[in-house]
Design a binder for this molecule. Structure first.
Ligand SMILES: [Zn+2]
Length: 803
C-alpha cells in the first residue's frame, strides 16, 4: 500500500491547496519591489508604486484600483478603493447613496434617508505626499494597503465592513518621480537627502497645495472631480511632513484663527479625529505629538481645507521629516534651541497640547511611517465605529445650508456684458467644477443689492449663485471679502497666519459681481433660471465660441510677438512656475533661461522676466557644499553684467516683486522700496488683495480698469529716491527715467485680508517703468500673476511683455 503522501488523492489535495493559495496570494510590497517600503535608503518611484497597486488589485477582492486622470506631465493618477469584498462589489451603489447625502434635496423622504443612514458606508480618503519631498507617506501607502487587504483581526474586518477607503498613494505623482530619481542619483554623495534642484510640481512646486479653490492644476481637478462630483468623502485626511527639528507629529485640533465660514461642528469633529490619533499614538508609547499648534483653519485653498466648505471633515497631519529616505539625527540640544511654532513655544517642555516631548535621537523613515499608519488606523476605526453618526452629520450640515438665512445675501449675481469674458467664463467654470450650483438668467430679473435700496434690473444672461445650497459656505468664502482678525501681541507683533489672509476670488479675477438681498417675484422667475451644467452654456451666454475641452486655454493676448525669456533657477521658484502656467494657459511662447545662460550672455531675447526671487537667491543659488557643480551658484556678477548689456542695448527687463530688489540695486535705479527694513509691527501684509490706481495713458496701463485689485504678499512699495551719486555706476537715462504706471490707493487700499500700517504704502508706487540705456526695466512691486489666480492684473503683465 502506498503511503498517503504518494497517493493520487494527496497529490490532488496538495495541488488544489497550492492552486488556491497561489491564486489568493496577496503580494507583499517586498515581493514586488524587492525591499520593504520605508526601510532606510529605499525609495519606490511612481512606476513601482502603481505596479504594486495593480498587482494588489489583481490579487485582492478588497482592493480596486482606478485611474482618475493624468498628471501635468502625463503620468496616471490612481485611487485604490479598499473595503470588504461585498462593498467593493457594490461601489456604485454606495457612491450614489453618499452623493445623495451631499445634496439632501435629492432624497425624497425620510424612508429613503433612513435607508441610506442604515446602509451607507463612511467614505474616507487618505492622500499621500502631495508635497513630494514629504515622501514617506507615498511609500507607506503600499504597506497600509497590504495590511488592510490581508489582516484578519476583528477591528480590520469592522473597518472594511463599515468604511470605503479612497487611498491616494500620491496627489502629485510627477513629484514622487522627480524626488525618487534625484534621491537615487544622489544616494551616497554629498547631496544625499537634499531637495531636487527643480520644482516638484511642474508649475506649482509646494504651492500645489494652494490650488484647491482655483483648480489651475490637473492634479487638483482630478481629485476635485473624484471628491466633489463623485464620492463626497465624509473625512479627508491629507498626510504631510514638516521640518526635521520639530514636534514628531502635529495633529488637529488646529491653531487660531478659525475661518468663520467653517461650521463649529466641523471644527469639533476635526478635533475629535486628532485626539483619537493622539491617544492611539500615546498608547503605543510614541512621544513628541503636538496638537493646537502651527496650522490654522483660516485659509481656504488647501487639500484639507477645501472639504470644510463641502461639509466634510478635513485632517492634516505633519510628521517630522528625515532626510528624504535617509535617517536624520536630532540632538537634545537642537530640540532645546528650537523656537517651536505658534502654540508650541518649546520642544522640550511638556504642555497640555504636547504632554510627552521626544528626547531626540535617530529619526528614520520607518518612524514616520509607523506614526502615519497608526494615525490612519485611528481615523479608520473612528469612521467605522461611528459610521451612522458621520453620515447623519454630513447630511445635517448640507440640509442646514438649504434653510433661508437673512444674515447673508440671498445670492450673488455675476454680471453679463463685462469686458473680460475669459475671466468670467473661467470663474463660472471653477465654481461649477467644484460642485457649486450656478444659474443662468434667461429673463431680466429685478434685484436689491442691499436690504434697503430699491430693485435694480439685471441684464439678461447674467449668472446667479444662490447661497442656500449645500455648499453655502463655499459660496460665501469665495465671494466675501475676508476680514482677518487683528491678531497682535502686547508688543504689536502680528501673529503670522499659516497662509494668506485674503483671497476673494471674483475680486482677484476682476469679475464684477453684486450681492443680492432680494429678488422680485422670485417664484415666478425661478422656472426661467437655467442651471449651468456645462461650460458651453456659459460660453454661449457670453457670446464666446464653444470649446471641446474643460478649462480650455485662453487666446494669446499679445499684440506683438516678443521673444520672451524667463529666468529659471535651480532653487525651485514657485513664482517662476506660476508665471509659466499663466503663459502656457494664454499660449504665450517663451523660453527658460538658466544661470549658465546668464553667465555666458546667451540672452538673445526682446523681454527677460525675473520671477519673484530675492537678490541673494538669484545671484548665488545653491551652495556647492551640498549640490553638484552643475546646480550650484546663481547668475553671479557675470550674469548681472550681461543683463545690464541686454537692457542697455534695448532689451526689456520685467521684474516681479522680490526680484525688483536686484534691478534697483544693480542698475542703480532712482527708486527705493519704502518697506525695506520696516519692522513687522509697523507694516505687515502676509497675503491680501489691495487696491491700485492705474495710469491708463501708459502703454502698460492700457485696457486696465483705473481701480484694480492687486495681490500683495509680503510685497514691496516704491518711492522715487535721489539720483545715484555721480560715478556710482550707470546713468539712469535722460529726462524722466522712471514712469509711474500704478500706485497703491491713497486710502482704503485693503480690499480683502489683513494689513497693518497701510499708511506706509498709501499712494506709493506699485508699478513703474524705468529707462536704462536704450532699454526698459518694468518693476512690479506686487504679484500680477499670483498662483495663477489674479486675472484682474494679468493684463498689466501682458502689456509689460509687449515689444
Ligand atoms: Zn506638506
Amino acid at each position: 500500500m502506498k503511503r498517503f503522501f504518494e497517493s493520487s488523492a494527496f497529490l490532488l489535495i496538495f495541488g488544489l491547496v497550492l492552486f488556491v493559495s497561489l491564486a489568493n496570494a496577496q503580494p507583499t510590497p517586498k515581493s514586488v519591489l524587492g525591499f520593504v517600503p520605508t526601510d532606510d535608503k529605499t525609495i519606490a518611484d511612481w512606476g513601482q508604486i502603481t505596479n504594486y497597486f495593480a498587482k494588489l488589485d489583481a490579487a485582492s477582492p478588497k482592493v480596486l484600483v482606478r485611474e482618475i486622470g493624468k498628471t501635468t506631465l502625463g503620468k496616471p493618477m490612481i485611487v485604490a478603493f479598499i473595503s470588504s469584498p461585498a462593498n467593493i462589489g457594490n461601489l456604485e451603489r454606495y457612491r450614489q447613496m453618499n452623493a445623495k447625502l451631499a445634496d439632501p434635496r435629492t432624497i425624497k423622504d425620510d424612508a429613503e434617508l433612513n435607508n441610506i443612514l442604515a446602509n451607507g458606508k463612511s467614505i474616507v480618503s487618505i492622500s499621500c505626499s502631495i508635497h513630494s519631498t514629504e515622501i514617506v507617506a507615498s511609500q507607506m501607502s503600499m504597506n497600509l494597503a497590504y495590511e488592510l487587504a490581508t489582516a484578519t483581526d476583528a477591528e480590520t474586518k469592522e473597518i472594511l465592513d463599515n468604511t470605503i477607503l479612497l487611498l491616494i498613494p500620491s496627489s502629485n505623482p510627477d513629484g514622487v518621480q522627480i524626488v525618487a530619481d534625484w534621491y537615487k542619483k544622489t544616494l551616497g554623495t554629498k547631496s544625499e537627502g537634499t531637495s531636487p534642484p527643480e520644482l516638484y510640481h511642474h508649475y506649482a512646486g509646494h504651492d500645489n497645495n494652494r490650488d484647491w479653490f482655483m483648480l489651475n492644476l490637473q492634479e487638483t481637478r482630478n481629485i476635485t472631480k473624484l471628491f466633489w462630483q463623485e464620492w463626497f468623502p465624509e473625512i479627508v485626511y491629507d498626510v504631510h511632513q514638516q521640518g526635521v527639528v520639530a514636534s514628531r507629529f502635529t495633529i488637529p485640533p488646529f491653531y487660531d484663527p478659525p475661518n468663520p465660514r467653517i461650521s463649529p461642528s466641523i471644527l469639533r469633529e476635526v478635533g475629535l479625529v486628532g485626539y483619537k490619533m493622539a491617544a492611539d499614538l500615546q498608547a503605543k508609547g510614541i512621544a513628541g505629538v503636538a496638537s493646537n499648534s502651527a496650522y490654522d483653519t483660516w485659509w481656504h485653498g488647501g487639500f484639507r481645507s477645501a472639504p470644510y466648505y463641502h461639509n466634510s471633515i478635513g485632517i492634516l497631519t505633519e510628521a517630522a521629516s528625515s532626510n528624504l529616505m535617509s535617517p536624520a539625527t536630532v540632538t537634545p540640544d537642537q530640540l532645546k534651541r528650537s523656537r517651536g511654532s505658534r502654540g508650541l513655544p518649546s520642544l522640550v517642555e511638556p504642555a497640555t497640547n504636547f504632554p510627552d516631548p521626544w528626547e531626540g535621537g535617530v529619526w528614520r523613515p520607518r518612524d514616520i511611517a509607523e506614526i502615519e499608519m497608526t494615525a490612519s488606523r485611528a481615523l479608520l476605526t473612528l469612521a467605522s465605529k461611528y459610521r451612522g453618526r458621520y453620515l447623519k452629520n454630513f447630511h445635517s450640515l448640507g440640509n442646514a445650508n438649504l434653510k433661508s438665512d437673512d444674515t447673508v445675501p440671498q445670492a450673488y449675481v455675476v454680471m453679463a456684458g463685462q469686458p473680460n469674458n475669459e475671466a468670467v467664463a473661467r470663474f463660472i467654470e471653477i465654481l461649477t467644477f467644484q460642485g457649486v450650483e450656478v444659474h443662468r438668467m434667461t429673463n431680466e430679473l429685478w434685484v436689491k443689492h442691499s436690504k434697503t435700496e430699491d430693485f435694480h434690473e439685471i441684464p439678461l444672461n447674467s449668472f446667479l449663485v444662490f447661497t442656500n445650497q449645500p455648499q453655502k459656505n463655499n459660496v460665501l468664502s469665495l465671494f466675501e471679502k475676508q476680514v482677518y482678525p487683528h491678531r497682535v501681541d502686547a508688543n504689536g507683533q502680528p501673529d503670522t497666519p499659516y497662509d494668506v489672509a485674503g483671497w476673494t476670488l471674483p475680486m482677484q479675477m476682476g469679475v464684477e459681481n453684486y450681492e443680492v438681498w432680494d429678488i422680485r417675484d422670485l417664484d415666478k422667475f425661478r422656472p426661467t433660471l437655467e442651471k449651468v451644467t456645462n461650460q458651453n452654456q456659459v460660453r454661449a451666454s457670453l457670446n464666446m465660441p464653444a470649446s471641446q475641452t474643460a478649462f480650455a486655454k485662453h487666446a494669446n493676448p499679445l499684440k506683438t510677438a516678443p521673444r520672451i525669456g524667463m529666468y529659471k533657477p535651480f532653487t525651485s521658484s514657485m513664482d517662476e512656475g506660476w508665471t509659466r502656467l499663466v503663459f502656457d494657459n494664454h499660449q504665450i511662447p517663451y523660453k527658460s533661461i538658466s544661470n549658465e545662460d546668464f553667465r555666458q550672455g546667451r540672452l538673445d531675447y526682446d523681454v527677460i522676466v525675473l520671477p519673484a526671487d530675492g537678490e541673494t537667491t538669484i545671484l548665488n543659488g545653491f551652495g556647492a557644499d551640498r549640490y553638484p557643480a552643475d546646480y550650484a551658484g546663481g547668475i553671479g556678477d557675470a550674469g548681472v553684467e550681461n543683463l545690464k548689456k541686454f537692457v542697455e542695448n534695448g532689451g526689456k527687463l520685467v521684474c516681479l516683486d522680490d526680484s525688483c530688489e536686484l534691478a534697483i540695486k544693480k542698475f542703480g535705479l532712482p527708486i527705493k522700496n519704502v518697506l525695506s527694513g520696516v519692522a513687522r509691527k509697523d507694516f505687515y501684509n502676509p497675503g491680501s488683495i489691495v487696491k491700485i490706481k492705474v495710469d491708463r495713458s501708459t502703454p502698460i496701463g492700457r485696457n486696465v480698469l483705473e481701480e484694480t485689485p492687486a495681490y500683495f504678499i509680503n510685497s514691496s512699495a516704491f518711492d522715487l529716491s535721489e539720483p545715484p551719486p555721480s560715478g556710482g555706476g550707470q546713468s539712469v537715462g535722460t529726462g524722466n527715467p522712471v514712469r509711474v504706471v500704478a500706485r497703491y490707493a491713497e486710502k482704503d487700499a485693503l480690499m480683502s485680508g489683513w494689513m497693518l500700517g497701510e499708511k506706509l504704502i498709501n499712494g506709493k508706487i506699485a508699478l513703474a517703468e524705468a529707462t536704462y540705456g536704450k532699454g526698459k526695466i518694468v518693476l512690479f512691486a506686487f504679484r500680477p500673476q499670483h498662483r495663477g489666480q489674479t486675472y484682474a492684473t494679468f493684463p498689466l503683465l501682458f502689456n509689460a511683455l509687449e515689444k
